[in-house]
Design a protein around this ligand. Structure first.
Ligand code: MD6
Ligand code: FE
Length: 222
């Protein structure tokens, strides 16, 4: 009885059909488990992407290899080398265009954005990150996209990770949020340029990804 009331109160003001939503910051929310229904289609698509554009450890402008391995799909892909960070239409390893964005990716990203209040999101880039145990992403801002009124949609798959979400300066204290398989973070608006990062991923296993965490981030770049 008490349990029923508590549940009803918790969900009372949230959109029907997507009850499991956490506010993160102004303009940012987490749709818990939102990608789970599509997990098999996502993994099938991912397998064909990495056959054409394998995961690789990019070099930062400072000369360090990133612990996270990356690839991309869509019209543009995020790349880094000694010359800097940028979006490129070709995979620098193959000279070929990045694999096209699968329909299941596009539909998931636009649906999540719409649910979070961004009705006109049209991603043209999807950065795919693979974290093996110990891999991490240091605090950064995503600011290489032209239209900062468009949000970023981020899909977490596989083993969990601790996400750091800070403010508009590097020094501002970050909140820590656990991201689990299927969680989708949508952020934009006032929070679009907030600093964020991922703590070293712990040893764990997930039936779909083994000991890895996979993250898809969808952006509108141009
Ligand atoms: C990750 N995500 O979760 C890294 N950036 O593996 C990001 O760096 C990120 O999740 C911009 C917006 C959403 C994100
Ligand atoms: Fe980022």
């Amino acid at each position: 009885m008490t349990q029923q009331f508590a549940t009803a109160d918790l969900f009372a003001d949230e959109a029907p059909g997507f009850p499991d939503r956490d506010a993160l910051a102004p303009g940012a929310c987490i749709l818990r488990g939102h990608a789970r229904a599509d997990e098999l289609a996502i993994f099938a698509a991912l397998e064909s992407i990495v056959t054409r554009a394998p995961f690789r450890h990019l070099v930062t402008p400072g000369g360090f290899y990133m612990s996270v391995a990356m690839t991309n799909c869509g019209a543009l892909g995020w790349v880094s080398d000694r010359r800097g960070y940028r979006y490129a239409a070709q995979d620098p390893d193959s000279g070929q265009p990045w694999p096209p964005m699968p329909a299941v990716f596009l539909e998931l990203a636009t649906r999540a954005a719409r649910e979070a209040g961004y009705a006109r999101f049209s991603p043209d880039a999807c950065l795919i990150n693979r974290y093996q145990p110990g891999a991490r992403l240091t605090l950064h801002q995503d600011r290489n996209e032209h239209d900062l009124s468009q949000p970023i949609v981020s899909v977490s798959l596989g083993v969990p990770a601790m996400f750091l979400f800070g403010g508009l300066t590097r020094a501002e204290k970050q909140v820590r949020v656990g991201l689990m398989h299927g969680d989708v973070v949508v952020w934009g608006g006032q929070s679009r340029l907030c600093f964020h990062g991922v703590l070293p991923v712990k040893e764990a296993t997930h039936p779909l990804t083994g000991n890895c965490r996979i993250n898809l981030t969808f952006r509108n770049v141009r």
